[in-house]
Design a protein around this ligand. Structure first.
Ligand code: NAI
Ligand code: F6P
Length: 385
């Protein structure tokens, strides 16, 4: 079995590549980072360091790599022959990799009939569906029909905290022990691809919402509030009792939405929240606040980790979720100069105020009750930070 994986970064090497290799796939990483590509080619293996109460090392073997900029033809050939194409490149990069996948598919349609599954492992709702639309835009009608017969596009939710790496060995990757990979089975063609450690579910909706509106919501709160208090890591921020209580409050709010919407057992969801908070506090990891806070415009999106649970809370309960409103206000204060989206967000706020930014990026009209609550928190933060 062969898997072509786009993005040999933190989650690519530390999670997806490692599970695929353990499942018996020959994993071909595709990346634009020449150093990582060269080292993967030279060594064909790398180390995953699992940082829990005990430190455990695992070797991922039988891997290779290609540079998508300089080895286009080889990538196309690899896709033409693959059983699985996965990605972990970040949502904004999906349109950029689509043309290469398209060329691989075209070559494949001409020579092979076996099914291919495509899984985008990104922090977003319906990430694979988004990639599929970028791909279909480049295919003729006849090719689209072939794709619907032979290519299964599977949405998924991926969960493992893999911080920015500080190991001396550029290939070694430190990860947390916890992981969850839920893949939607509905578009499988033929048999489910064998992936050890992943679980196939009939409906991904509840899984991706649970993950995005708990792990990513809480993480975003910790990062944006931590940034305002000059902490450098999520672990430092979470050890600040005020921030931890804010995170807990926001997760109780998003949790109330999830429990009501999906009819879950409230105690089970509370246990999931507690596990998640424990993961944020893992003393064996050091997770840079700037990594978790990155791309605030994307994170302010109407379907993303803060605004989606907050607006759903307003609708379901008829009141404003104070903890989530605080998280959104803190996001609007995130002005790290090295983050292009933070700079663009601050420009928008300077020209159109936070109401303008909330309208433009979160789709919130000024009359929405959430806007007044965010404004109130934002003004308080402006005075104190
Ligand atoms: N790090 C984490 O804990 C988790 C990350 N994710 C998601 O996984 C995705 C990747 O995140 P990370 O691994 O943290 O980021 P990362 O920055 O460590 O890795 C991204 C990789 O994609 C590569 N890349 C960029 N443009 C490319 C292109 N055109 N073709 C091929 N490769 C390209 C980069 O060189 C880099 O190696 C994101 O969507 C993120 O939300 C999801 C769950 C956990
Ligand atoms: O990868 P994104 O969407 O920029 O957000 C960072 C978040 O993703 C994760 O890396 C994994 O879910 C979390 O550690 C963090 O909440």
């Amino acid at each position: 079995m062969r898997a072509v994986h786009f993005g040999a970064g933190n989650i690519g090497r530390g999670f997806i590549g490692s599970l695929l290799a353990a499942s018996g796939y020959d994993v071909v990483f595709v990346d634009v980072n020449e150093q990582i590509v060269r080292l993967l080619k030279e060594r064909g293996e790398y180390r995953v360091i699992v940082a829990g109460e005990r430190r455990e090392e695992q070797w991922v073997r039988g891997v290779s790599a290609l540079n998508s900029q300089t080895e286009r033809e080889k990538v196309i050939e690899a896709i033409a022959d693959a059983d699985l194409v996965t990605t972990a490149v970040g949502p904004p990069i999906l349109p950029a990799i689509a043309p290469l996948v398209v060329d691989g598919l075209k070559q494949r349609f001409a020579t092979r009939q076996k099914p291919l599954h495509v899984i985008a492992c990104e922090n977003m709702i319906a990430g694979t569906e988004a990639l599929k639309q970028h791909i279909l835009a480049h295919l003729s009608e006849a090719e689209q029909q072939l794709a619907s017969k032979h290519v299964g596009f599977l949405n998924c939710a991926v969960d493992r905290i893999v911080p920015n790496q500080t190991n001396d060995d550029p290939l070694a990757v430190t990860v947390e022990p916890f992981f969850e990979w839920a893949i939607e089975a509905r578009n499988v063609i033929g048999t489910v691809p064998p992936i050890q450690g992943a679980h196939f579910v009939a409906d991904l909706g509840p899984y991706i919402e649970r993950k995005l509106f708990t792990v990513n919501t809480g993480h975003a709160l910790a990062a944006y509030l931590g940034y305002l208090r000059n902490y450098k890591t999520v672990q430092e921020a979470m050890n600040d009792e005020g921030i931890r209580l804010n995170v807990e409050q926001a997760l109780s709010e998003s949790g109330a939405v999830l429990v009501k919407k999906h009819g879950w057992d409230a105690n089970e969801h509370r246990a999931y929240i507690d596990t998640t908070i424990g993961r944020f506090m893992n003393p064996s990891l050091s997770d840079d606040i700037l990594r978790v806070a990155r791309s605030p415009i994307r994170k302010l999106g109407p379907n993303d980790r803060l605004v989606a649970p907050a607006t759903q809370y307003c609708t379901l309960f008829g009141s404003v979720p104070a903890g989530l409103a605080k998280g959104i206000a803190a996001l609007l204060r995130f002005d790290d100069a090295s983050d292009a989206e933070a700079a663009a967000l601050q420009q928008t706020i300077a020209h159109h105020g936070i109401e303008g930014a909330l309208r433009q990026y979160a789709g919130l009209e000024s009359a929405h009750p959430l806007v007044a609550a965010v404004r109130e928190e934002y003004d308080k933060m402006r005075k104190s930070h």
